[in-house]
Design a protein around this ligand. Sequence first.
Ligand code: MN
Length: 193
Amino acid sequence: MSLKKYQQKRNFDETSEPAPILKLKKKKQLIFVIQKHAATRLHYDLRLEVNGVLKSWAVPKGPSLNPRDKHLAIMVEDHPYDYHNFEGIIPEGNYGAGTVMVWDAGTYLPLDQNYEVTDEKAMEKGIKEGKLHFGLAGHKLFGIFALIRIKSDKDNQWLLFKKDDPYATQTDILKKDRSVLSDRTMNQIKKNQ
Ligand code: MN
């Protein structure tokens, strides 16, 4: 018999038997970050937390809230979770040398193709299959996005785009160009101000 039946049969205002604790099913909050990175070529690094690491894509044109914009996103190596709030300067001569800004950050929900909330396991599967949907709740980006791998011999090439939902807009979100972490511009970060 389920706990529900146990509960129905008893009035816990009158009996001292233990009442089942009603647990709200709390989903783990997964994070995302977009780091603006002025390396050899300016790009935006989209990172999604999946099973303790940050799955990462470098997006040369950056994200867009306009569903018509399908931007190349090159899948790069996983980054450690702690990288999510890195902002500052990668010194000359080092890999990825240049200025890094936390351009947007927040939480995301992994979604299936019907936009139902799913989990990290489904994200892993989606990465293998080359098809990801997720809902972002950031400071600048909001709503449903997709990452779809391009069928080519280079399996690290994906397209990032916004799905048409109430958060879709033609406003150029890249014009919001200050850090959500420190409110600094790239130049201020570069000068360490
Ligand atoms: Mn980068």
